[in-house]
Write a protein that binds this ligand. Structure first.
Ligand code: SF4
Length: 116
């Protein structure tokens, strides 16, 4: 039995609407204008991932922006965000500092991207 999913490719500003179909383990992608869309569509169908961005408190009462160093499984985003509510960035955090290594075993680090 075939399963299908419609989505928008976000790999470039073109935003091609694509349809991914899987039949007995064989994938077909339609609507993509290039190979990247095919790879993206199959990834979205089988194991969607996202880069997480958030704000965390800093020791001086401000906030610092952070992000995952690489995309993480989509179904772990809320667990990661819950964990980020519990951490405080050091007073002198700088862009590129790693606040959490290998967050929740994803292989991705939480990295400072800005703040005060
Ligand atoms: S399929 Fe190719 S052209 Fe279309 S949005 Fe994705 S990367 Fe861009």
């Amino acid at each position: 039995m075939a399963k299908a999913m419609e989505t928008i490719c976000i790999m470039c500003p073109m935003g091609c609407p694509i349809t991914v179909t899987e039949t007995d383990g064989v994938f077909s992608v339609k609507g993509n204008s290039c190979k990247r869309g095919e790879v993206y569509g199959i990834g979205e169908f089988t194991a969607p991932v996202r880069t997480v961005t958030a704000l965390v408190r800093t020791k001086n009462g401000g906030v610092a922006s952070v992000k995952t160093s690489s995309p993480v499984p989509k179904d772990m985003i809320f667990d990661i965000l819950d964990g980020l509510k519990k951490i405080t960035a050091p007073k002198n955090s700088r862009i590129g500092d790693v606040l959490v290594k290998n967050v929740l075993g994803t292989g991705s680090d939480i990295v400072v991207t800005g703040g005060n």
